[in-house]
Design a protein around this ligand. Sequence first.
Ligand SMILES: [Zn+2]
Ligand SMILES: [Zn+2]
Length: 592
Amino acid sequence: MSTKANAITGYTYDDLMLKHECPWAKDHHESPRRLSSILDRCRELNLFDRCLFVKSTPVNDNDILLYHNESLLKKLSKAPVQNIEQLKQFCQEYEDVYMNEYTFDAAKLAVGGSLNLLDSIMTNQCRNGFALVRPPGHHASSNEINGFCLFNNVVITAKAAIEKYNAQRVLILDWDVHHGQGTQYAFYDTNKVLYISTHRYEHGAYWPQLAESDFDHIGEGDGRGFNVNIPLNKTGLKNADYMYIFFNIILPIAYEYDPDLVLVSAGYDLALGCPEGEMKVTPDTFAHLTHYLKGLANGKVMVLLEGGYCIDTLAESAAWTLRSLLGDPCSPLQACANPDLTVKKTVACCKNILKDYWQSLRIDLTEKSQVWIEEALHKRSLNELATNENRPTQYDLTPTLIIDRTEEQSKKIQQNIKRAIELAPHQKPLERGPTLLVYDELMRKFSVGNHCERPGRIVAVWKGLKSRGLDQRCTMIPSRHATKDEILLVHTNRFYDDLETTKTQTKKELQKREGVSRSVDYTNEVFDNALLAAGSCLNMVDAIMTDKGRNGFAIIRPPGHHAHSGMDYGFCYFNNVAICARYLQKNYNLQR
Ligand SMILES: [Zn+2]
Ligand SMILES: [Zn+2]
């Protein structure tokens, strides 16, 4: 296995995690194939070659006890794995779990690998990471295994971050299509962890059918306001719905919280084609979600695999997540239009109920939200929810997943999956191209006494980059003068010719020019300097468009954005950014 020093992204997994499978239902959808398909896809894209491999080692008991109680640990360690009938009976005590002879060790590796990856991130061996682990964890509570989950990987990781690394604020974002009730219970009364979950709910009709998965359960004591449930009351939701939730609830709260670490409970059962979630989110969406999270916690983002049961979109979604962690570009997001009304209602309910705790939610509040809250609570009251009172003494062992699709529906879903995967613009791994810089000391030449738009501005920018060593990490591209034709893409011939006369005008003539009312001044250097600024920008445009770099920074003056086509204005002579845009349209046929 390759390891890479100074990698941005770490990852962990272990082959033993592929041996955990259901002994009495070999076709169980929480299958080893889930993890192996992700590994295959990431290898196919050479993504692991660019990552730091972090070994999974078995977690020690003390770390498990950070969340789970000792009796559960003891009981699981003694599960009768050699006798299938006894094992079945053992598992029937819990809802939707199976075990085999490898499960206990795999679960210990899943937690241990997650903790090792946490160590790598917190000690700056890598900036972010992906724990490709199973069994998953977010349904497991302190005293119970539940919903395919043994130990709660994300909870133990968060607790370790607090205990070992003194993290003051940990954000757990759970985008798995199920509510991570086990995670919610762990941090319900603390503000040291902000738990945010989006999950299919259908007013309580959807598993795990708990009242506490709804939007009105926001934590207690110190934790009040720090438990955020965003219930989805409809299937078939798309990219636009998730992006709407992201921009209107998740990101405002997350940025206001300002975490020291971001943990993601990354289930991919909301992805297109997953029979559990029945949502329609395309795999590339996860690159966007991950991208926005990287602005938090100095980029310390650790993703942990939870669910996801459509093998094709699971693998593709996880690969997009890893690409985004690595810093690869996101794809243009499809179908990002209007969100569904049920989603708007949920977001309004969440904002209403959380506004006392989060300043960022106190905007665009709608009066209708009170009505929608009552409507949602009423609909919930019509469903039979799971409680301790109606809990069965034994659970059914047959996998609960029923795929209720006509042949035609299946065919259509398969087509959509194929399209979503083919849509990925970069089938081959895209290496990080350099960031480009253009800077030319000649742009200091234009100078008007003590004017605030002075040469020292770009000198300061340049020195600032250099003193931080940033220039060493970039590629310099040459400066150049723009041609007259290029300037005329935006400006009038008359203006160009008139400004050109400043090159040879006497001091007296320059002073006589009527520039004061538009906040522009003239020297013999201004024309040449403005051409150099515009031309250098165009060199940058060419370099980016021909993939010599992925992005760039043109350190230029005079600035441009106030300049009109027929006149200079407000410190600006040629409109650099407008010239770039016209140049891109003309030479590269860019449409948007
Ligand atoms: Zn799930
Ligand atoms: Zn300005």
